[in-house]
Design a protein. Structure first.
Length: 54
């Protein structure tokens, strides 16, 4: 009985892992905007660092 329970838990976890990887294939507008914000912040940090290093 304990083995059956462990097998069922393993199957559920494996299927959840499969669903999470399939569901994340396509980027939505929020992800795209987030990437743009990250790039802008990185650029600002780089510029600030260059200005303060002089």
């Amino acid at each position: 009985m304990k083995t059956l329970k462990m097998v069922l838990i393993g199957c559920v976890l494996f299927s959840l892992l499969g669903f999470t990887t399939v569901g994340c294939e396509k980027e939505g507008p929020a992800e795209k905007a987030g990437k743009r914000v990250d790039e802008a912040v990185d650029s600002a940090k780089k510029t600030f660092k260059e200005m303060t290093d002089k």
